[in-house]
Design a binder for this molecule. Structure first.
Ligand SMILES: [Zn+2]
Length: 484
């Protein structure tokens, strides 16, 4: 078998992957800031890293996958200014910031579960690791890499010559990018970044520290939690490419200045989502939450749609593109169902050559679009074999099913279980069902607008009796079909 190569953002090269400790992979991915429902951008990131974890496990590695939850201290402006995003949302919804953090953490995992994203082994929260963050900051102060100013602690970028090595930004560029908001700053240099911020009056999420009451900067939580659970040098660190600078360069600076050891061996960055060619963002008004999407599309279709492009390529969302994915996936499931129902014959199929090609694609920096195209070539060859009079021998059919269940199922997570296939879940008009339900939901919305809650509840209960569960959220009503 070919060996695994990963594009390393640090070396800007596809490097041969070997973990530091034979057989064991330590992996950290920056998790969500929990102040709103997850959107398609989150789905792309976490589905991509889910396939990374699944493929590493398939190769026989024991993977410890840590993904944090940022539930404090992430300001609206990355240059250490502005409001706390969670606190801002809390005052909007008139609840405690911790209620916001917990509600959207649950919402995040709910969405990821539906996308088939396996839970990380450890999902540490920033608020649960304040002492660890304080300890790193103390270490940095002791070593002369950080200093106190008016109850704020800053990392001195000048003290760490490797600063900016990941993004390739020079100190000068960093100075310029941070320069605009720095007139009244208490930093020694504009490119220095906050490790700890003094809590201003009215700031809710705050903790005592050796420097007074305050809260940690965003960057330091990842260094602290990654090192706590994975050690001082970790194999893989992932995140969105927009986080290369400043977030990941700051993580490197803090960790390496504190330990004197390389922090991360392989940096992986996924690309962003665009909508009809335009970058997706809350402020641009083209923002799609997953809960909204799940009202129209099966989560597995969304997962398949994401994996049809490479993680380092942008993903362009459009209804037409996702509908094309839907019919493609239904065809694959149709083929798998046909295989399950076929009577044993005498024909053969060269499954091995497809296995090798799929492995090669995934070993080539997790090239899921190529792996998917090989799986579809296989489905075509399989249908051809099933069309022939002699059919497929029982052995060949078992081998073909094992191929689909391994690569489309276990590794990519885009194949339904045997039970679901046999029950005819796939290809039986998932799209028609979505259309019908959207009509029913319109009627229910009308009923609610007329305050006819008896009708609205009756619709909900009748659908539930048929295995369709409705959920009323702030964004509208979503539905899920219970399986099994
Ligand atoms: Zn991070």
């Amino acid at each position: 078998m070919s060996s695994l190569h990963i594009y390393n953002s640090l070396t800007r090269n596809k490097d041969l992957f070997e973990p530091l400790m034979p057989g064991v992979v330590s992996m950290y991915v920056c998790g969500p800031t929990v102040y709103g429902h997850s959107h398609l951008g989150h789905a792309k990131s976490y589905v991509s890293f889910d396939v990374v974890v699944r493929w590493l496990r398939h190769l026989g590695f024991k993977v410890r996958y840590v993904q944090n939850i940022t539930d404090v201290g992430h300001l609206t402006d990355d240059a250490d200014e502005g409001e706390d995003k969670i606190q801002r949302q809390a005052s909007k919804e008139m609840v405690d910031p911790m209620e916001i953090a917990q509600a959207y953490t649950r919402s995040y995992f709910e969405d990821m579960d539906r996308l088939g994203v396996l839970r990380p082994n450890i999902a540490p929260t920033a608020t649960g690791h304040i002492p660890e963050q304080i300890a790193i900051i103390e270490r940095l102060i002791d070593k002369g890499h950080a200093y106190e100013s008016n109850g704020n602690i800053y990392f001195s970028v000048e003290s760490f010559p490797g600063y900016g090595k990941l993004s390739g930004r020079t100190d000068q560029a960093a100075v310029q990018s941070g320069g605009r908001v720095e007139q009244r700053s208490d930093k020694r240099s504009p490119s220095d970044f906050a490790l700890w911020k003094r809590a201003e009056p009215g700031h809710i999420m705050k903790w005592p520290s050796p420097w007074g009451v305050g809260y940690p900067g965003w960057h330091v939580e990842c260094s602290a939690m990654a090192m706590k659970y994975l050690g001082e040098t970790i194999d893989i660190h992932g995140g969105g490419m927009e986080n290369k600078f400043p977030h990941h360069d700051c993580e490197i600076a803090q960790a390496e200045a504190a330990t004197g050891k390389p922090f991360v061996r392989f940096w992986m960055h996924n690309n962003m989502v665009t909508v009809d060619g335009v970058k997706m963002g809350k402020s641009l008004g083209n923002f799609i939450t997953l809960k909204e999407l799940f009202g129209t599309f099966d989560p597995m279709v969304i997962r398949f749609f994401i994996l049809q492009s490479h993680y380092r390529s942008p993903l362009d969302f459009s209804n037409a593109a996702i509908k094309a994915s839907q019919s493609g996936l239904e065809k694959l499931h149709e083929t798998a169902r046909r295989l399950l129902e076929t009577r044993p014959g005498s024909g053969t199929l060269d499954v091995g050559s497809f296995v090798r090609k799929t492995e090669e694609a995934l070993n080539d920096d997790f090239n899921t679009p190529v792996a998917i195209s090989v799986i579809f070539e296989f489905a075509k060859a399989l249908n051809g074999a099933l069309d022939r009079n002699e059919g497929l021998s029982a052995d060949a059919a078992a081998e073909a099913m094992a191929y689909l269940e391994t690569f489309a199922g276990k590794v990519l997570g885009i194949l339904r279980s045997r039970e679901e296939l046999e029950a005819g879940e796939a290809g039986d008009g998932g799209e028609t069902l979505a259309d019908v339900i959207s009509v029913v939901l319109e009627l229910r919305k009308d009923a609610r607008a007329r305050k006819d809650f008896a009708m609205s509840d009756a619709i909900r209960d009748l659908l539930l009796a048929k295995g369709i569960e409705l959920k009323d959220t702030r964004e509208g009503t979503t539905w899920t079909k219970k399986r099994g």
